[in-house]
Design a protein around this ligand. Structure first.
Ligand SMILES: Cc1ncc(COP(=O)(O)O)c(C=O)c1O
Length: 339
């Protein structure tokens, strides 16, 4: 079956990548500190990863590495990068194979299949353990792609500088403009480190006093998209510019899920787990703040629609509660696929 038969969307989809909204979370702002969230699920395939995926594919096209109707893009990923790569690549006429840990949510895998990806499942942890030698996802992606360089292309978000430039050229300038240069502190979760290094570098070049706070997950976590950097080494892409980080925050599963619930109750926004982690860190730093006039900006990487079963399993929302917040949320745009 041709991809276009499965997936008849318009050329406008690619143009919708980036320029996501920034909103104030008024019920979390304090007299000293305004709390803003950048809603990355406004990207057409639903997460911050659309940016990196698009830049990596475009860069490979520029280098003439990809050929329509022949090339297969393969990538080890725990979800959002896979969704973004598959959606964008299918749109541009390339096939995609995703190597994915079996622990990843059923909803995520269903979306990937619906978008036309072939999945190779491994028994890995949620995030590929870069450098650990035992990581099956990365090893398997290499094993499949290496013998067939004429067909397979692995963008490798863990080393590919386009992942950094997507944020240096996109997310950073957007935030600077959206806050009229008033951002004082930037918060984001870290997977590959593309978001934090690209956005952080840009903001610090504009104002060296901007503080950059990196959020990692606790060990053995359930926070899709984040990593714990004791469990797994920092990716090469992160190491190239890690000096951009001023402070670290380690988010627990429990506080992140608790925060997901609180955001739904107070702001009527249904967010993904890592947005809970980011807000938890912002509130902790806001509490320690002595100065007036702080403008905190956090990356809300994806929304909650993919996490119904996880939230139910973890006792965060019953199906009824989930549906209630789904209905109430004013901030869930139509995605380029149906959930
Ligand atoms: C779900 C999700 N994906 C990706 C990222 C960012 O990843 P990266 O460091 O790879 O840019 C985050 C960061 O918060 C995230 O929550």
């Amino acid at each position: 079956m041709s991809t276009s038969a499965v997936f008849p969307y318009s050329d406008k989809v690619i143009e919708r990548i980036g320029n996501t909204p920034l909103i104030e979370l008024k019920n979390f702002s304090t007299s000293k500190t305004k709390i803003f969230a950048k809603l990355e699920w406004y990207n057409p395939f639903g997460s911050v990863k659309d940016r990196a995926a698009y830049w990596m594919i475009k860069d490979a096209e520029r280098q003439k590495i990809l050929r329509k109707d022949r090339s297969i893009i393969i990538e080890p990923t725990s979800g959002n990068t896979g969704i973004a790569l598959t959606g964008i690549a299918s749109h541009l006429g390339y096939k995609v194979e995703i190597v994915i840990p079996e622990k990843v949510s059923k909803e995520t895998k269903d979306i990937l299949r619906k978008l036309g990806a072939t999945l190779h499942e491994t028994s890995d942890d949620l995030c590929p353990r870069v450098g650990a030698g035992t990581d099956q996802s990365i090893a398997l992606a290499y094993a499949i792609s290496k013998p067939r360089p004429d067909v397979y292309y692995m963008p490798n978000q863990y080393t590919n500088d386009s992942n950094y430039f997507a944020h240096y050229e996109g997310t950073g300038p957007e935030l600077w403009k959206q806050t009229n240069g008033k951002v004082t502190d930037f918060f984001t979760g870290c997977g590959t480190g593309g978001t934090i290094t690209g956005t952080g570098k840009f903001l610090k070049e504009k104002n060296k006093n901007v503080k950059v706070i990196a959020i990692q997950a606790q060990k053995n976590h359930l926070l899709q998209g984040l990593r714990n950097f004791e469990e797994s080494a920092k990716p090469e892409l992160f190491l190239r510019r890690e000096e951009v980080v001023d402070e670290w925050y380690t988010a627990t599963n429990a506080e992140s899920f608790e925060m997901v619930k609180e955001i739904a109750q107070k702001e009527n926004i249904l967010v993904g787990p890592s947005s809970g982690s980011v807000l938890a860190s912002m509130l902790e730093f806001a509490q320690k703040e002595h100065d007036q006039g702080k403008v905190f900006v956090g990356i809300f990487a994806d929304d909650g629609r993919k996490f119904r079963s996880l939230y139910k399993e973890q006792g965060i929302f019953t199906d009824e509660e989930f549906d209630k917040y789904l209905k109430r949320s004013d901030f869930l745009p139509e995605l380029a696929y149906n959930q």
